[in-house]
Design a protein around this ligand. Structure first.
Ligand SMILES: C[S@@+](CC[C@H](N)C(=O)[O-])C[C@H]1O[C@@H](n2cnc3c(N)ncnc32)[C@H](O)[C@@H]1O
Length: 213
């Protein structure tokens, strides 16, 4: 993974869905093991996604390294603390659920889930998540349909993510926007576009990285 090595790590892939990331981490990115945790209730991906991750596991023969766990993340505690927790387009689903269930504000729900992620991590463990920003400057006409289908205003702003991570005790909090793939080999351009300007060109989702102190 770009600038975020996962070699040898024991990772919890929260909301693994059909499992393409879980299997990729083990098969291609050098992760030691992945716990693919998903409640498979059909919120965010179809409930049959579990049959896809299982089928891939069968084909790849990697059940020693990829463990499929059907559970609500908030009710899941790993046997051994992990050294990396990843949420790929998942946090907002869990946060919305906490808001409804507990009747709390967004910031409290964010704190609740990130605290639980911290509890699953060893000291020095990595937290990585991808989410959408709460605004979008997408100007390219061929992307407009997609933009119209996303309610950007409902997304959580950095003004909540960053201070909450720091309050819980995460350090080295970094954010980077997702860039068009052809930039991945041009580190000079990546540096230039690694800020809000990037959302003019791409879909304004971002990746946050933080370390559990
Ligand atoms: C948008 S999908 C993302 C799937 C996958 N990470 C990907 O990027 O393709 C959101 C996933 O989060 C899962 N999910 C939602 N709430 C969850 C919870 N409380 N605990 C575990 N998984 C959850 C859903 O079942 C769904 O598979």
């Amino acid at each position: 993974m770009y600038d975020c090595p996962v070699d040898g790590l024991n990772i919890i892939d929260v909301g693994a869905g059909n499992g393409f990331l879980s299997h990729y981490l083990v098969e291609c990115a050098g992760a030691n093991s992945v716990e693919a945790v998903d409640n498979y209730e059909g919120k965010g991906s179809p409930s049959y996604a579990i049959s896809i991750i299982k089928k891939m596991q069968e084909v790849l023969g990697n059940s020693e390294h990829v463990k499929i766990i059907k559970s609500d993340f908030m009710k899941y505690t790993p046997k051994n603390k992990s050294n990396c927790v990843i949420f790929l387009n998942v946090l907002h689903h869990i946060i919305n659920h906490i808001k409804k269930e507990l009747g709390v504000e967004t910031s409290k729900a964010v704190e609740t889930v990130l605290k639980h992620a911290a509890e699953c991590l060893q000291e020095g463990g990595k937290l990585i998540f991808q989410e959408f920003m709460n605004h979008n400057y997408y100007l390219l006409p061929f992307y407009r349909n997609f933009v119209n289908s996303v309610d950007y205003k409902s997304k959580i702003p950095f003004e909540i993510w960053e201070p909450t991570l720091k309050k819980i005790g995460f350090i080295n909090v970094k954010v980077r926007y997702r860039l068009p793939l052809f930039f991945s080999t041009r580190s000079d351009l990546r540096y230039l576009f690694n800020n809000r300007i990037a959302s003019l060109l791409t879909d304004s989702s971002f990746v946050m990285l933080a370390i559990r102190a």
